[in-house]
Design a protein around this ligand. Sequence first.
Ligand code: AQP
Length: 327
Amino acid sequence: MPRVFSGIQPSGELHLGNYLGAIRSWVRSQHEADAFYCIVDLHALTVETDPAELRARTRQTALELVAAGLDPDACTLFVQSHVPEHPRLTWLLECTASMGELRRMTQFKDKSAGAESVRVGLFTYPVLMAADILLYDTDRVPVGDDQRQHLELARELASRFNARYGTTFVVPEAAVPPVGARVMDLQHPERKMSKSVSSPLGTVLLFDEPADIERKVKKAVTDTDGEVRYDPEAKPGLANLLELLAVATDRAPAAVAAEYHRYGDLKRDVATALCDLLAPARARRNELAGDPGAIDAVLADGAAKAQAIAADVYHRAASAIGLLAPA
Ligand code: AQP
């Protein structure tokens, strides 16, 4: 079975972009692959975080992922900081990466732009992400489009390490969905929907009530020419809505566009499709919320399974690079 790995930050409430870009493929992959899914709490430290909130969000993210369809019997779900090999391998990879290649990372440029003080962790974030992936001999990484560049770096670091020290890591492939890989903010269709950028009307949360979903879709920014056609360059807001309906109903955006003449009708059907798509997750979350201890047990079990693999791969890498093993 191929090995699949992917991660998500506990940096805010899960949104439709996280679901369509990543979590939906995770749910599918858990039945076809040996799947590892990680709540990457160390990544969340790269920006200002409140300690109590981070702790609560980490548990809540696990609960929400299970509600969204992850089955703890079919996949391994764990918290990054519970497996100490993640930061240990990061150091070996930081000594493999160069400053120049990290400076080229567009997410670093975006997130650091205008900041008075930038944490070193924000700069080295992609190396930690490479360690996350390489620790599990990962074949496939299901991610949204925004993570392509980081994935390329993980591949490059694996190949470079293998060339320098002998074959150690599996070189992973990105698996980016054909539609839904970049869900845009409904109010600012030029930027992606995001957890950490506040845009209450532009962000559809995974657990929004149907009335909120309808309100947000109804108010989504489009354009004034009134013609329904799929043209992401010229009509980004409309294209986003067409993609949402396409991905929710398993069709192509252009085929969806051909069925509509009025923006209002399209918005009505987008809202209905999203409400239907997200209803089962909302119902499951309400059930799971009654038993928070069950989630802690899932995470403990997941960390034990993950560490068994991560420890082996870390020791393989440490040995290859020349670290003396403890007697
Ligand atoms: N708008 C999006 N469209 C499609 N996929 C998306 N993903 C994120 N936003 C979109 C995918 O969700 C997975 C988890 O993302 P993450 O939590 O690790 O961080 P991120 O990519 O930086 O996403 P966010 O939600 O915008 O978080 P913040 O605001 O905290 O940075 C990834 O596979 C990502 O591609």
